[in-house]
Design a protein around this ligand. Structure first.
Ligand code: CA
Length: 363
């Protein structure tokens, strides 16, 4: 117990003895909650499971802020359930929480894509503007209401990297026939440009790239990619990720369990998640800037942006893929319109504020 809290309680005890009635409810009388949180990522995974703003850090903060009234046991992928069964487990109430990314659940509800990342979407700042103040979190909860779940952002990787290529990409035609590891919506976009898309788990990317089973691969960013050793299998590292301009971690919660939490513990969860959203992204800035320097200076990596005509082709195909997605699903259309409506305003503002600072002022 902290000194401040001990002093507060001893003063409270004094007040009780004077007034004859308890004025501080004990932790016991408010109830203690023991919850389980699963993750789509393996135990010890940097950023997701380990380190500042990760799932284990979130549980630690919640325990500390609730003075031990909300204890969350954290389980990596495969410890309690397989990696991608968090949605069903939380829905069934087998576990109270799952820590992952909403875009894993697009098979359940297409709109989930927008709460993680969409190609040519918003950066960390814009995404937070939409989520916290532009109706994003409300829509997220509307999308999950039929499943009896609530959700909130609890982490962010910041902008990811386009990925690793064995050969230089000069034009969109160079993508044709390329075998590339790239999951999700971005995979569909690449496929429409002739890429032979492969979906492999993180651990299988390096051997596949090294043996030439694939010619290119996307994973996360410099720190995470270096950890897999991708720089040893391909030398061209294409930078700013058009496909994941900021990737949100999701805290998914069973609604019935959430409703049983007292208001103060709900506030603890919301505030600890918001803290981890910022703290995890801050860690990525540090880890990635150090890793990128090392890759380029010490490991012979050639880092460069994609050529303009490749970006243009990817954008044209993205528009088609997103139009197809929303045509089939009215709720996804509602979320899409909210997201891109916010983005249009944010882009105009960002152009004369943050972007202008980076391109015209900072030098
Ligand atoms: Ca990625």
């Amino acid at each position: 117990m902290s000194l401040v809290r001990r002093q507060f309680l001893s003063r409270a005890a004094l007040a009780t003895s004077v007034l004859g009635a308890p004025i501080v409810a004990s932790a016991q009388s408010k109830g203690t909650f023991n919850w389980k949180m699963t993750s789509a990522y393996g135990k010890g995974s940097p950023f997701y499971m380990d380190g500042p703003g990760s799932a284990t850090d979130l549980a630690r903060r919640i325990k500390e802020m609730s003075d031990g009234r909300l204890n969350i046991s954290v389980f990596g992928a495969g410890e309690l359930i397989p990696a991608f069964e968090g949605f069903d487990a939380v829905r069934a109430g087998t576990v109270e929480m799952n820590h992952a990314n909403a875009y894993f659940w697009t098979g359940k509800t297409a709109a989930a894509q927008y709460f993680t990342a969409v190609p040519f979407g918003m950066n960390f700042q814009g995404m937070n503007g939409w989520l916290y103040d532009g109706g994003g979190i409300e829509l997220w909860n509307e999308v999950y209401a039929p499943f009896g779940m609530v959700a909130m952002p609890c982490g962010n990787t910041g902008v990811q990297m386009t990925g690793w290529f064995k050969k230089e990409i000069k034009t969109a035609a160079d993508l044709k026939g390329l075998k590339m590891r790239i999951p999700g919506l971005a995979g569909k976009v690449y496929a429409s440009l002739g890429v032979d898309v492969k979906v492999l788990p993180g651990g299988e990317i390096f051997p596949a790239l090294e043996r030439g089973v694939i010619d290119a691969a996307e994973f996360v960013g410099p720190f995470q990619d270096r950890r897999l050793g991708l720089q040893k299998a391909a030398k061209y590292y294409y930078t700013t990720g058009w496909h994941e301009s900021s990737t949100v971690s999701e805290l998914l919660i069973n609604k019935a369990a959430w409703d049983k939490l007292p208001k103060d513990l709900q506030a603890v969860v919301s505030n600890a998640s918001a803290a981890c959203n910022v703290i995890s992204e801050a860690w990525c800035q540090k880890a990635n800037s150090e890793a990128m320097d090392d890759l380029v200076k010490n490991q012979g990596v050639i880092a460069r942006p994609l050529p303009d005509d490749v970006i243009k082709a990817l954008r044209t195909e993205t528009d088609k893929v997103l139009a197809e997605l929303v045509a089939k699903d009215p709720l996804a259309k509602k979320v899409h319109d909210s997201y891109f409506g916010f983005k249009a305003k944010y882009d105009r503002w960002s152009e004369i504020s943050e972007e202008a600072y980076h391109t015209r002022v900072r030098g």
